[in-house]
Design a protein around this ligand. Structure first.
Ligand code: DGL
Length: 270
């Protein structure tokens, strides 16, 4: 293992850049190769077998590029594929669901936790299972919020349209009396200001909103440090962007997700 090899990060599309951003903040010297499978996004509406097949293709490509570990940025992939990827590939595979679940358990006072995620993540029961590892008392209410993905992609993150949709998704969580809300999808952090505002109105001022990207990045940093796998370079880490379709559109929207100017994305075939 070369500790200065890049980290491989992949997602169904550009939402996973929120995870890349958190990783770059947590570990500014790490090189990152980010692969967005923009030709096949969304994964969240597809069946588990299809998502696993796509995930193997993405991971294989990153392994061929010599990454030292894989970070699955996509919640939907994290819900169904990590075990399979660990069997297929001989390198660490880290995902975003456990860190988000743990942060929610730590934040919740009542143990009633709400999760907004894709249909695939909800169908897999992934957050409920992960939360049970940290608390047997916690009750998880998971809801699919598929319309938030295109809103984020289109940049419709403020105003009456997102507010109406967010309210519809939050109402069942109000009935479940949740005190903590997990944004269980790569795209939702882009809508965080609107979601947080509506959640305060509907679920109560003290509601806590958890973004699994932050918790996941902290866990990846600890994982690498504990195993002496963190880069010992002192120059700023590079970010290489790969996509499977429409690199120009990707680069345009990506800067919004990353919060910084982005390098031009390269198109690859999987
Ligand atoms: N990346 C997906 C996730 O975090 C959201 C977009 C999609 O459905 O592919 O679940």
């Amino acid at each position: 293992m070369n500790r200065n090899a890049p980290l491989g990060v992949f997602d169904s599309g550009l939402g996973g850049l929120t995870v890349a951003r958190a990783l770059r903040n947590a570990m500014p010297n790490e090189h990152i190769i980010y692969l967005g499978d923009t030709a096949r996004v969304p994964y969240g509406t597809k069946g588990a077998a299809t998502v696993i097949r796509y995930a193997i293709g993405c991971a294989k490509h990153l392994v061929e590029r010599g990454v030292k570990a894989i970070v699955i940025a996509c919640n939907t992939v994290s819900a169904v594929a990590p075990e399979r990827l660990r069997v297929e590939f001989d390198l660490p595979v880290l995902s975003v669901i456990e860190p988000g679940a743990r942060a929610a358990v730590e934040a919740s006072v009542t143990g009633r936790i709400g999760v907004l995620a894709t249909t695939g993540t909800v169908a897999a029961g992934a957050y409920a299972r992960a939360v049970q590892q940290y608390s047997t008392r916690a009750e998880v209410t998971s809801l699919a919020a598929p319309l938030l993905v295109p809103l984020a992609e289109e940049g419709w993150v403020f105003g009456e349209v997102p507010n109406l949709i967010i309210d519809r998704y939050l109402l069942p969580l109000r009935d479940a009396h949740v005190d903590t809300l997990v944004l269980g999808c790569t795209h939702y952090p882009l809508l965080r200001p609107a979601i947080e505002e509506r959640a305060k109105l509907l679920l109560g001022q003290s509601v806590k909103v958890i973004d699994s990207a932050q918790s996941a990045a902290a866990d990846v940093a600890t994982f690498l440090r504990d195993r002496d796998m963190q880069s010992n370079r002192t120059d700023p880490g590079r970010l290489e962007l790969l996509v499977t379709d429409l690199p120009a559109t990707f680069s345009m929207i990506a800067s919004r997700f990353l919060g910084e100017d982005v390098p031009t994305a390269k198109q690859i075939n999987l």
